[in-house]
Design a binder for this molecule. Structure first.
Ligand code: AMP
Length: 279
């Protein structure tokens, strides 16, 4: 497994690669969600590249960049065991040298939901993903449905910039009790961890109501809130039921594919989750 630590090193290695290249970008501290994407690429692509880069640009000034969990040795062992061919681990200095001033903004999609709660977050995401794409030059790139808005923003960006890259979405991988896997779950205390599955249970309650014929958007959002608010230690930030592609909130009836998503704080940890609803 090759380790490449700068754009120049990646370009040199990439120039010698033949065959279809699949790419799984991550911020490391890998779990089964990340590894499921690696496995999708290993099945479809001749060569699989993963990246590990905790991108400072996508963290707000009061967010968890400094304390974001990191374990490079463990991550590399996991990737090696999956048969990954190369890992891109650029330094922040190599990605953003002095004088850096070029950004990618997916305008409207980046303002909604997570973008409203985390100003500048998706500008950081879109910018780093374009830079990672430029370095790795993959034929396919794999993203998790766990980060539903990010997935839609990347798809929009690839379309708008005519990037010749197929974006493949992987299903959200969950713990046995339903909690979506996330590197940030390690922040939860045992008591917080015990109540965290309520988020997904709320989403499931609404999905069941939807399956039983409920189409009123506000009643579906309320079904999520009703379950989650049973637990006073969970502070819901938002529950959204939005158009699956534009992420504009649905008023009235759900007639098209929709994304039901939420963000919540449990103690100092901010968690997101979502399910898709298809009429
Ligand atoms: P991150 O390291 O959190 O930036 O995530 C890297 C990639 O893994 C992104 O495409 C995420 O959407 C994806 N991912 C994170 N958690 C999960 C999960 N529980 N299931 C599936 N994909 C995930």
């Amino acid at each position: 497994m090759e380790l490449l630590r700068s754009p120049a090193e990646m370009h040199r290695w990439r120039a010698g690669v033949r065959g279809s290249v699949g790419f799984v970008p991550t911020m490391g501290y890998l779990h089964e969600g990340h590894l499921s994407l690696v496995r999708l690429s290993r099945q479809r692509d001749e060569v699989t590249v993963a990246s590990i880069f905790v991108n400072p640009m996508q963290f707000g000034p009061n967010e968890d960049f400094e304390r974001y969990p990191r374990d490079e040795a463990r991550d590399l062992a996991l990737l090696e065991a999956e048969g990954v061919h190369a890992v891109y681990l650029p330094t922040a200095g190599a990605m953003y040298p002095p004088g850096f001033q070029t950004y990618v903004t997916v305008e409207r999609l980046s303002q909604l939901l997570e973008g409203a709660a985390r100003p500048g977050h998706f500008r950081g995401v879109a910018t780093v993903v374009v830079k990672l794409f430029a370095a790795v030059q993959p034929h396919r790139a794999y993203f998790g449905k766990k980060d539903a808005q990010q997935l839609r923003i990347i798809r929009r960006m690839v379309k708008d910039l005519d990037l010749p890259i197929e974006i493949v979405a992987g299903e959200t991988v969950r713990e046995p009790d339903g909690l979506a896997m996330s590197s940030r779950n390690v922040y939860l205390s045992p008591e917080e961890r015990a109540i965290a599955p309520l988020l997904y249970r709320g989403l499931c309650a609404a999905r069941e109501a939807f399956a039983a014929g409920e189409r009123d958007a506000e009643r579906l959002r309320a079904a999520v809130r009703e379950v989650v608010s049973q637990e006073p230690r969970i502070a819901l930030e938002y529950v959204s039921l939005a158009d699956d592609e534009t992420l504009e909130e649905i008023e009235g009836r759900v007639e098209r594919p929709a994304l039901l998503s939420l963000a919540a704080r449990i103690g100092s940890t901010r968690l997101i989750d979502n399910v898709e609803l298809a009429p």
